[in-house]
Write a protein that binds this ligand. Structure first.
Ligand SMILES: *[C@@H]1O[C@H](CO)[C@@H](O)[C@H](O)[C@H]1NC(C)=O
Ligand SMILES: *[C@@H]1O[C@H](CO)[C@@H](O)[C@H](O)[C@H]1NC(C)=O
Ligand SMILES: [Fe+2]
Length: 436
């Protein structure tokens, strides 16, 4: 029969190919500028310049994946001896009804299809939430000793997180083992990242080959800088996922690369101009909450070293945060948890209710091979709570004025699991510029 013959020749073609075809793997979702869209990225073929399709099919039930979109693929070559190569695919699901459960699969008739997975589309951008939104937030996790992994994966499987924010330092390091350690990390997070948007910023541990692993593996972040539409990593030009912004419900998120201050002095002005213009354009009647995230802190209290790099980032960003009334700055890098009050020029009023400046949190203690970073300096007035125990943060935005912040400890060294060790309400009744 014709059909059988055709199928047989495709199989022969595959068997003869000088590359191996892999099933879709490392699947991860990301938000788009448009809340009615969701992007999905995956890796499927390893080999040189493999041209296979990038298809996503989706629908409202597992048996009816009625919608279909073709995306794009791009080649990623690790900078190591082996020039280990893989193809990344990105496709976008569009016209989604807000806050609705969808089923989807990715792949191609040649490479085969992923499992059918599901996600909930983003809420529409609006000050009034249909229900509280919960964010899982952490940095510095690692592909080994990822102490929080089972707990946060369970939270996703129980439908508790609406979005994840990983503030840099992913695998320690993605480029290790000719780049395969990056694959291990991306496979480890897939049970989460295939179900909820996994949003990121870049850390110092992604520095290899001019940040090529971060830039390519998270290529589907919602790049939106008009003046700096692309960045150049060791893999070539790619959409700018070093600094970008997007909304989720009533929160406007801005991702920055703190690494630009240390590795790309030529880009410092461009990033600051982006953040300034982006924050100036935020409509606080739609997204009252504004949260900036990056990898390194503006304030930290573990040792003099941490303050050295914090000072550099602080000199660049603190005034901008103050000028536009950034509600929170969230980062990692120090392998500990430090929740601060409002801070401006190292001064605090120790307030969580209508604070007069940005609230700062370091949450860089998800695990990883580098272990705990203890606090050598005394606890400053600006700090409300600090610990070097492993864990992750959970942020629940209830409405325009009330946000609940928790720190969950998961630490085999302390024999503590899934225990809330710190929590606070952050109440902001009038969002907007500070100092007015
Ligand atoms: C900030 O204030 C603390 C006291 O809370 C002080 O120990 C520290 O030296 C100050 N840091 C800077 C950079 O001024
Ligand atoms: C916002 O949520 C908090 C916590 O649930 C509640 O106490 C407060 O009344 C809510 N405010 C508005 C305006 O809905
Ligand atoms: Fe770091």
């Amino acid at each position: 029969m014709k059909f059988t013959f055709l199928a047989a020749s495709i199989l022969t073609a595959l068997a003869c190919a000088d590359y191996e075809i892999y099933q879709p793997e490392q699947i991860h979702l990301a938000l788009r500028q448009d809340a009615s869209e969701m992007s999905v990225q995956w890796s499927a073929a390893h080999g040189d310049d493999v041209q296979i399709g990038s298809t996503v099919m989706w629908g409202l039930s597992e048996n009816e994946l009625t919608e279909k979109a073709e995306g794009d693929s791009s080649l990623f070559v690790d900078g190591g001896d082996e020039s280990y190569t893989q193809t990344h695919h990105i496709a976008v699901m569009s016209d989604l009804t807000p806050s609705t459960k969808y089923y989807y699969k990715v792949g191609d008739t040649l490479q085969g299809w992923s499992d059918i997975m599901h996600f909930t589309s983003a809420p529409s951008t609006h000050a009034k939430l249909d229900e509280p939104k919960v964010f899982g937030i952490w940095g510095d996790m690692g592909s080994t000793n990822a102490q929080i992994l089972h707990s946060v994966t369970t939270e996703v499987q129980e439908g508790k997180f609406d979005m994840i924010l990983h503030v840099g330092d992913f695998a320690y390091n993605m480029d290790n083992d000719n780049g395969r350690n990056g694959d291990v990390f991306m496979k480890n997070i897939q049970p989460m990242s295939s179900h909820v948007p996994y949003m990121v910023d870049v850390g110092n541990h992604e520095v290899a080959y001019d940040f090529s692993h971060y830039t390519e593996r998270f290529r589907n972040m919602p790049s939106n800088s008009i003046d700096t539409p692309t960045v150049t990593s060791g893999n070539g030009e790619a959409p700018n996922n070093w600094f970008y912004s997007h909304d989720f419900g009533n929160v406007h998120f801005v991702a920055i690369s703190t690494e630009i201050y240390f590795d790309y002095p030529d880009m410092v002005k461009a990033q600051e101009a982006f953040v300034d213009a982006d924050l100036a354009a935020v409509d606080r009647t739609k997204t009252p909450w504004v949260i900036v995230h990056g990898h390194r802190p503006l304030y930290c209290s573990c040792d003099a070293d941490c303050d050295d790099s914090a000072k550099t980032v602080r000199d660049g960003m603190e005034e901008i945060f103050y000028k536009y009334g950034v509600d929170m700055y969230i980062c990692g890098h120090e392998h500990n948890y430090e929740r601060m009050y409002d801070v401006y020029k190292n001064e605090t009023t120790q307030s969580t209710i209508n604070p007069p400046a940005t609230t700062y949190v370091v949450t860089g203690d998800a695990g990883g091979p580098e272990d705990h970073e203890s606090f050598e300096l005394p606890q400053p007035d600006r700090t409300a709570f600090r610990t070097d125990a492993f864990g992750y943060s959970r942020m629940t935005v209830y409405n325009e004025t009330h946000l609940f912040w928790e720190q969950v400890e998961c630490d085999t060294d302390d024999n503590v699991q899934d225990t809330v060790i710190d929590s606070t309400w952050l109440v902001v009744e009038e969002h907007g510029p500070f100092g007015k």
